[in-house]
Ligand binder design. Structure first.
Ligand SMILES: Cc1ncc(COP(=O)(O)O)c(C=O)c1O
Length: 398
């Protein structure tokens, strides 16, 4: 059968990361490719107890259709936490529970963009969001990401060149893939540009709770006085990724449109897991749970950075994240990324090449992403040593 795939999907490639997952079965392989939270961060016993209680006492609520906006107690708890922790939420705002941050990103684009409208993003950026924007027919324009955040001059150039820009998609805190946190100065300047060119900002913050060093930086949403920022959050990295619970907080008028778009997609997010999530927050100490995850990632990031400091030739650069689960390594331009990734794969060490995160998939990259939340302590040390040896051999053979 010859299938005639739609124009929107025919050129869309599968996520390079999910493809790498398929080659990970080999015993002894070391993966720095995942974006998964460490399974130790799942409160399994507590969730089992909550689920048992729900089936005992409230089975109908869990098994019946729910409302699109989300399970009311969860919406209330998330709104309260957003206000308390991030100073997010004004009387004009509303909050909807979505099926993972991924759906929040997709629904925002669906509601805001006509085909051909421009979405600006940091380059590199999160592949799941980029593929959403592509699949909806938006024109994706990448703006280089530097150590302080998005390059402001390049951002203004892109805004001038693309008057039909609807929004900037940004991951300002512990960025995926680069591990960079946008400074307060850059955030303020980006907000000014958003006002000047009258665009929205989609602030994606799934890693914001996972700071293990340094000072918190205010979110865009907390500095937004005009309803210009749509804030997307998720429980994937702090409770469970498989339960698929995320949320969007934005101006009421926008959320009401997003509600309609969600009705068309999946009616509502899984009620049982919304209930489990709400009851976990009510009955246990989420902040203490999160601080345990921060400790774990502080330890893992520290191990990876000290292995990089010890083994990597000085020609290889890398970011030093203050939180989150990724760091970003860059080879000198004289070295081929393809060859490096292939040689690492032959030694059963897997990384994601930078090309996977590029707004323009044809663009050359010399960088790759390393994840430290999943590998064991021993794998981090051994895997980085293998990568460093490959880099040293390639440098010697230039
Ligand atoms: C930057 C970013 N945004 C959003 C998501 C989506 O997360 P989820 O749909 O699991 O909430 C991810 C997942 O890895 C991510 O890295």
């Amino acid at each position: 059968m010859q299938y005639k795939i739609s124009d929107k999907f025919v050129s869309l490639k599968p996520s390079a990361i999910r493809e790498i997952f398929k080659s990970l079965g080999t015993p002894g392989s070391i993966s720095f490719a995942a974006g998964n939270p460490n399974p130790d961060s799942f409160p399994v016993k507590e969730m089992k107890k909550i689920a048992d209680d729900i089936f005992e006492n409230e089975p109908v609520t869990a098994l019946q259709y729910g409302i699109t906006e989300g399970y009311t107690p969860l919406r209330k708890l998330v709104s309260e936490r957003l206000k308390r922790v991030y100073d997010i939420g004004t009387p004009d705002d509303d909050l909807i529970i979505v099926t993972g941050g991924q759906q929040g990103i997709e629904l925002t684009c669906k509601v805001m963009c006509n085909e051909g409208d421009t979405v600006l993003c940091e380059n590199p950026s999160f592949i799941g969001a980029l593929n959403s924007f592509r699949s909806l027919g938006a024109k994706l324009v990448g703006v280089p990401l530097g150590p302080e955040g998005i390059d402001l001059e390049a951002l203004e150039d892109a805004l001038r060149a693309n008057p039909n820009t609807k929004f900037l998609y940004t991951i300002p805190t512990f960025q995926n893939p680069a591990g960079i946190t946008t400074t307060l100065e850059t955030r303020k300047a980006v907000l000014k540009l958003a006002e000047k060119y009258d665009i929205l900002i989609l602030e994606d913050n799934p890693y914001g709770d996972l700071r293990f060093t340094g000072q918190d930086v205010p979110t865009y949403k907390s500095m937004d006085a005009e309803g210009r920022v749509i804030y997307c959050g998720s429980f994937s990295k702090v409770l469970s990724a498989g339960m698929r619970i995320g949320f969007l907080c934005a101006d009421k008028n926008l959320i009401s449109k997003i509600v309609v778009a969600k009705q068309v997609e999946d009616v509502h997010t899984n009620v049982l897991f919304q209930m489990i999530c709400a009851k976990y927050i009510e009955q246990y100490d989420l902040e203490e749970h999160i601080s345990g995850i921060r400790e774990l990632y502080r330890h893992k990031a520290g191990l990876m950075l000290s292995a990089l400091d010890r083994y990597m030739p000085k020609e290889i650069g890398y970011t030093r994240p203050e939180g989150g689960i990724f760091l970003w390594c860059s080879l000198p331009e004289s070295l081929s990324l393809d060859e490096f990734v292939r040689r690492a794969g032959e030694k059963n060490v897997f990384v994601v090449p930078g090309t996977a995160f590029s707004a323009d998939p044809e663009e050359e990259s010399h960088s790759f992403r390393l994840n430290y939340s999943m590998p064991s302590d021993d794998e981090i040390d051994r895997g980085i040593k293998i990568l460093a040896d490959i880099a040293a051999e390639m440098l010697a053979g230039r």
